[in-house]
Design a protein around this ligand. Structure first.
Ligand code: UD1
Length: 416
């Protein structure tokens, strides 16, 4: 199994091209189920999770080809409406095929995703939303069996709390439903706006992007389109932390401050210098880092997908910081690993108190989930001595060419 070896202590200097957003690409690929025409997606990163989605779509009958290094071309007719456990268990976002399959063929059988390392992560909001649109849902043998004999119809759906995936699944379904769907308390993440833009290019009529109320007027049929995916704000935030923790200066090409939401303000407050230019965000740190409290929240709040990386930054900041995780119930698995590298962190329920130390020390550590794995890479980049991160398949799910991007900026990092 691959591991990553890092010799820490070198400031990163240079530039890093930010890849297309994984979390935008996943629902956009699922949108390929909404039409027999060709859907062309540009700025698509080469990531394990996207290959899993391509595998899932292929067994539904939609061929996904990489026709250019950054381009995916999707096309074909649906030949199978079952999403099997073997693929769904690898990636929870597989649930995003449920809405499109049901809207298109009036029937779908999708394996229940089950829990994952960061929490139980139920899909009840996806299911109750589809029921409100006329679907009949039965759970049997670990599968969701959804039917809509007379097709899906528009509905007014109020989410009790914000869910990115449920908002996306219902947007996909509503695009081919009969009449108007209104999603209230919808997610406002930039990936939602990106999905809406592509669905509109396919013939849907979605308004309210960037607000918590989306209105979708369903179309009888959707057609092909070409769409360019937004830059990955989590990758950008992660490399901003890398520049900051090593005291270097990195230009994040293509990154946009508006997509970072509260992450931007928290980095600035912690003492990171960020300048927006036409090329992207230039991130540096010349002075010390200060302890800064953060609480994860739906966008534009502080992204839960940046929590682990920010915690590593705070592990070497001056003073204490309180990091509260309000989205997932079990997202501090990086804490024991960071502690092995000398971090001083105490977890109390949903909050972690981080007391900054002057320097971390390299150690063998184990990645536990996608974002947590990069928090260990960050710790390794800043630490004195050698760090070996194992279980890097977590990293490969969502970060493209990590070693190449970091090594090009002077990091001593290699895959072994
Ligand atoms: C998406 C992102 C993930 C990010 C998360 C929160 C993708 C592919 N993944 O995940 O990287 O960490 O948003 O920003 O875009 N919940 C329920 N019932 C539901 C749906 C969700 O209880 O039906 C709960 C979840 O367990 C979680 C919270 O709601 O506690 C938010 O989850 P959600 O926004 O749905 O996350 P995902 O779409 O799975």
């Amino acid at each position: 199994m691959d591991r990553i070896r890092i010799a820490g202590g070198r400031p990163l200097e240079g530039s890093i091209a930010i890849s297309g957003a994984k979390n935008a690409a996943l629902p956009l690929m699922a949108a390929g189920l909404l039409t027999d025409d060709r859907l062309i997606l540009d700025n698509v990163a080469d990531l394990a999770d996207l290959r899993t989605m391509a595998e899932l779509l292929a067994q539904h009958g939609i061929a996904v080809e990489r026709t250019l290094p950054r381009r995916l071309s999707l096309g074909g007719a649906i030949t199978n409406t079952e999403a099997p456990y073997d693929i769904v268990r690898k990636m929870r976002a597989s649930i995003l095929v449920l809405g499109p399959l049901l809207a298109r063929t009036r029937e779908a059988r999708v394996s229940l995703p089950g829990g994952c390392a960061i929490g139980t992560r139920p899909v009840d909001l996806h299911l109750t939303g589809l029921e409100a649109m006329g679907a009949e849902i039965k759970l049997d043998s670990g599968y969701i069996h959804a039917t809509a004999k007379r097709g899906l119809r528009g509905a007014k759906i109020t989410f009790p709390f914000v869910s990115v995936g449920a908002t996306e699944n219902l947007m996909l379904a509503a695009s081919l439903a009969d009449g108007e769907t209104v999603l209230i308390n919808a997610a406002r993440e930039p990936e939602i706006g990106d999905l809406a833009e592509c669905l509109n290019a396919m013939g849907s009529n979605i308004t309210g992007m960037g607000t918590d109320r989306l209105t979708i007027i369903g179309a009888r049929r959707l057609h092909g389109a070409q769409h360019e995916i937004i830059p990955d704000r989590i990758e950008a935030g992660t490399y901003a932390c890398a520049a900051a923790i090593t005291g270097g200066e990195v230009l994040l090409r293509g990154a946009r401050s508006a997509d970072l939401g509260a992450v931007m303000a928290c980095l600035l407050q912690a003492g990171v210098d960020i300048n927006e230019t036409v090329e992207g965000l230039s991130v540096s740190r010349r002075n010390g880092l200060h302890g800064t409290d953060v609480m994860t929240e739906p966008f534009p709040g502080f992204a839960t997908d940046m929590q682990a990386q920010f915690m590593t930054l705070m592990a070497v900041a001056e003073g204490a910081s309180m990091i509260t995780e309000s989205i997932f119930e079990n997202r501090f698995m990086h804490v024991p690993e960071l502690s092995r590298m000398g971090a001083r962190i105490n977890v109390h329920g949903a909050s972690a108190i981080v007391r900054g130390v002057p320097v971390l020390s390299g150690a063998p550590v184990m990645a536990t989930d996608l974002r947590a794995s990069f928090s260990l890479v960050l710790a390794g980049l800043a630490a004195k001595g050698e760090t070996i991160v194992s279980r890097v398949y977590h990293l490969d799910r969502g970060y493209e060419h990590v070693e190449q991007k970091l090594a090009a900026c002077g990091a001593a990092i290699e895959r072994i």
